[in-house]
Design a protein around this ligand. Structure first.
Ligand code: GLP
Length: 245
């Protein structure tokens, strides 16, 4: 695993954006696995800036997002489709027909998940997967205790995830209780993975994920078994690392 310990959030965002842009430059029609949450916003901002300067071309890029809430239509400001449109897709020259986010409105959730796995296969798999990290070790919406073998599936969100994500909604009661997420298997099949972690609040889970036991109780710990993971973090999240854990 490669580790970039950066001085702060902006620096981490630029390093992560550099990794994504290198991927796009090396393979213009690459498949990017994309993430939501607060952490990758700075990275998307940087990618948009480089696009505006003429340094990046998204015209052939394809993308698959990790997850989506169940029951939120695409145009809902809290949906992950809306997040991706506003932070990236509507601001660069990506062809939106080549951007995929799980369909949280499909009545037959199992069918929606199967369709999403087919999309990932049809695209030829993910070249570079971007990940954030939940405080309980979740990646995408793969909550503690789920099987590592799963592909895209529906999940019931844990109380801690609902609480953590309430900051994006008017109240905790408004946070959807279910989501559709790529499984650990889809994520582990990505050729490369970049994980971005920032802030003191992520320190403990970073340590447990990357230096602790590999266990479904800490979903991100499975990343220790992937052969091309880059961890990008700020000093606050990686301070144990700096001390040699
Ligand atoms: C959500 C997303 C995850 C994300 C996590 C951490 O639950 N489903 O993909 O990694 O939040 O978010 P943040 O970056 O805001 O800490």
């Amino acid at each position: 695993m490669r580790i970039y310990c950066t001085k702060d959030y902006d620096h981490a965002s630029r390093v992560a954006a550099n990794i994504v842009s290198a991927q796009i430059i090396m393979k213009p029609d690459c498949v990017l696995g994309l993430a939501t949450g607060a952490t990758p916003i700075g990275m998307y901002e940087q990618l948009v800036r480089w696009y505006e300067k003429g340094d990046l071309d998204f015209s052939a890029v394809r993308s698959v997002n990790l997850d989506e809430y169940r029951g939120l239509p695409q145009e809902d400001v809290h949906s992950y489709r809306y997040f991706m449109d506003t932070h990236l897709f509507d601001r660069v020259n990506i062809d939106k027909r080549n951007t995929y986010v799980p369909d949280g409105m499909e009545e037959d959730a199992e069918a929606a998940c199967r369709k999403y796995n087919d999309v990932i296969r049809m695209l030829g798999g993910i070249d570079l997967q971007v990940l954030g990290l939940g405080h309980n070790g979740h990646i995408g919406f793969n909550e503690p205790g789920g099987a590592f073998e799963k592909e895209t599936h529906c999940v019931t969100l844990s109380e801690s995830t609902i609480r953590a994500n309430a900051r994006f909604f008017d109240s905790e009661a408004d946070v959807p209780r279910q989501a559709c997420t790529m499984g650990i298997k889809n994520i582990m099949q990505a050729k490369k993975i970049v994980v971005i972690v920032c802030g003191e609040s992520k320190r403990e889970i970073v340590r447990r994920s990357f230096c602790g036991e590999i266990t479904p109780e800490v979903p991100a710990s499975v990343l220790q078994l992937h052969n091309d993971v880059t961890l990008v973090g700020d000093e606050a999240a990686l301070q144990d690392w700096e001390k040699g854990i």
